[in-house]
Design a protein around this ligand. Structure first.
Ligand SMILES: Cc1cc2nc3c(=O)[nH]c(=O)nc-3n(C[C@H](O)[C@H](O)[C@H](O)COP(=O)(O)OP(=O)(O)OC[C@H]3O[C@@H](n4cnc5c(N)ncnc54)[C@H](O)[C@@H]3O)c2cc1C
Ligand code: SF4
Length: 567
């Protein structure tokens, strides 16, 4: 008679387990499955199949029950999720609701989550910039956090590798502070953005205005056709899921690619509780999972484990993975797991108007913004605050619609709006400094529906961030004035950390196991067969949108894990 436990263990054993199917987990799935490893992706949310489960993707505005706006009831039930700008009637089904996974806020923190196949890759704004060597140098040069164990040279080939598959639109700008990538044609600037660019570049050395680099296919390539993806149609409805696969998501790209190899198994409604450590073999042997529908416990086993649950959930899983060897959480010999969390400061905006170019206006839609790369403290310390900020911005003509009249006259008025002045709005993307006091830990007195302790988040701004907001307001006011703009208004939303949706750290990379959790290959110093390649691994945040870097780090770490497993 067969030993049922052994059979069960054999059935549940894979070469690799990937926890989470979002932006970084999707890349791990692709890399491992493509290289022939039997790969299990474990996803806590429901299944969202590309093009099958995008319920609003082709709806017209009048086909929405509330014309695109969420109901007051839904807003009241979700004070956190509804602060996110994509939480509208067309995409709220891809944003996790507040009661689905509670957490403890030691200080206000808006934790935005997307629990489903593809994670937040369905919802992202697709802005993608490489880091430069100056970004990697930051912590070492300025003496905060720890030094990065890698530099631009280590990651550059992996940026290229990822970009060719993802499809990144951008111009070759030739800036050492923001290296060029493997670009498809960029989306360009409109006349007023061009005007601003020439003024900024004339008046300031080291400041540049460029077309936003974004994960949209703007030109045919065989590799995209092989993924079943077509060129972007400029619908600007991306957060609904794109029927053309015009923008990159795990759902449209890496996961179906991995599935086509025949080496990928994906399970949904499966919440990873913890990683199982084998004290005898001194390595992780698998994961403990709770079925979110029937609350049954299961175990899955593999010799390589990639943790890609999204930065804060990755911290939670590792903190909850206690054993005789690791009583404070997996790999946490130095007690630093969950500490040095950082994020991006998106609090500040500046808007302005330009009275000119009245013979021009924009038509159609553009699914990206323009970009001003970071210029403060890039190569040396110049201000009374550390690090700096980049800015995204866009301009369009004010539209004035006359709602007067009846019948034909009203129709005429509605169909022929008048154009007013040009309006430009810029938003800041500031680097925050990772600090030990900005941390997450488990609150053992409270558990979620699956008996897992809640994550307690204690993260806040500091005086450095306040100074940076003031500087951004002053600098953009000055740049707008020099470019002839008027009616310049500064605003500080005071939004809580988290709403930037760029939370990072807690399981940082570093050179020294005494001060970091991961080595230069994203491998846990103290448990070599566990890798972390989502935002949790980030030693510092710089100012670039982070996901391209997570994807490049993931592809690089997979390559290392595969090579090491063959030794
Ligand atoms: C509105 C919006 C705009 C954004 N714009 C940009 C942008 O322009 N550029 C940019 O670079 N980034 C942007 N981001 C951020 C970007 O989406 C994230 O950086 C990226 O998705 C992170 O990838 P990830 O793999 O770490 O996590 P996710 O994509 O969040 O995936 C994590 C996955 O893990 C699953 N999971 C979590 N816990 C568990 C568990 N215990 N067990 C099993 N599965 C689990 C989740 O359900 C999820 O599917 C934006 C995000 C949003 C929401
Ligand atoms: S803008 Fe492009 S990527 Fe976005 S929904 Fe439209 S076609 Fe798809």
């Amino acid at each position: 008679m067969a030993n049922l436990n052994l059979d069960n263990e054999k059935d549940n054993t894979y070469d690799v387990i990937v926890i989470g199917s979002g932006m970084s987990g999707g890349w791990a799935a692709k890399e491992f499955a493509e290289k022939g490893l039997r790969t299990l992706v474990i996803e806590r949310g429901r299944e969202v199949k590309h093009n099958v489960n995008y319920p609003t993707t082709n709806l017209n505005p009048w086909e929405f029950k509330h014309r695109g706006v969420i109901s007051q009831k839904l807003r009241d039930e979700n004070p956190i999720a509804s602060r996110c700008y994509v939480f509208n009637e067309d995409a709220e089904h891809f944003v996790s609701k507040d009661k689905e996974h509670p957490y403890v806020q030691e200080k206000p923190f808006d934790w935005i989550k997307g629990y489903q196949t593809g994670g937040k890759s369905l919802l992202w704004a697709r802005q993608t910039q490489r880091w430069s060597q100056y970004d990697f140098d930051g912590p070492g040069r300025d003496g905060f956090a720890v030094e990065w164990p890698i530099g631009y040279r280590d990651l550059a080939p992996w940026y290229s590798y990822v970009e060719k598959f993802v499809g990144i639109a951008g111009n070759y700008d030739g800036l050492d502070i923001l290296p060029d990538g493997e670009f498809l044609p960029g989306m360009g600037l409109n006349c007023i953005e061009e005007h601003f660019k020439s003024s900024v570049e004339k008046n300031y050395s080291g400041r540049h205005v460029i077309s936003g680099r974004c994960a949209h296919i703007t030109e045919y390539r065989d590799i995209f056709a092989k993924q079943g993806r077509a060129t972007c149609q400029y619908r600007n409805l991306c957060q609904r899921g794109c029927p053309f696969g015009g923008y990159f998501s795990s759902n449209s790209s890496t996961l179906p690619w991995a599935m086509n190899t025949g080496n990928l198994t994906m399970i949904h409604h499966s919440v990873v509780h913890s990683i199982i450590y084998d004290d005898k073999k001194q390595k992780a042997k698998g994961v403990r999972v709770i079925d979110s529908l029937n609350k049954e416990d299961k175990e899955y086993y593999a010799s390589i484990i990639f943790v890609n649950a999204g930065a804060l959930n990755t911290n939670l899983i590792l903190l909850n993975s206690t054993s005789g060897r690791f009583p404070q959480g997996l790999g946490n010999d130095n007690g630093l797991l969950g500490k040095f969390i950082a994020f991006h400061n998106y609090r500040a905006t500046v808007s302005a108007e330009y009275d000119g170019y009245t013979d021009k206006h924009t038509t159609g839609r553009e699914p990206t913004t323009s970009y001003l790369p970071r210029f403060r403290n890039v190569k040396k310390q110049e201000t009374d605050f550390l690090r700096g900020y980049a800015a995204g911005f866009g301009a369009r003509r004010q539209i004035i619609t006359d709602y007067n009249g009846y019948g034909e006259e009203l129709k005429e008025n509605l169909l022929n709006p008048k154009y007013g002045v040009w309006q430009m709005r810029s938003h800041m993307m500031g680097e925050t400094i990772p600090k030990e006091s900005n941390q997450v830990k488990l609150d053992l007195s409270k558990t979620d529906d699956w008996g897992i302790p809640l994550l307690s988040i204690d993260v806040d701004y500091d005086e450095n961030d306040e100074k940076m907001v003031r500087d951004y307001h002053e600098q953009f006011t000055e740049m707008f004035e020099k470019a002839g703009f008027s009616n310049i208004k500064t605003h500080d939303s005071k939004q809580a950390p988290g709403l930037d949706i760029h939370e990072m750290g807690g399981v940082r990379m570093g050179k020294d196991p005494k001060t970091s959790l991961l080595n230069k290959w994203n491998q846990m110093h103290a448990c070599k067969n566990v890798y972390v390649t989502d935002g949790a691994c980030m030693t510092s945040t710089s100012t670039q949108n982070p996901s391209l870097t997570y994807m490049a780090l993931t592809a690089r770490a997979c390559d290392h894990a595969i090579k090491e497993s063959k030794v």
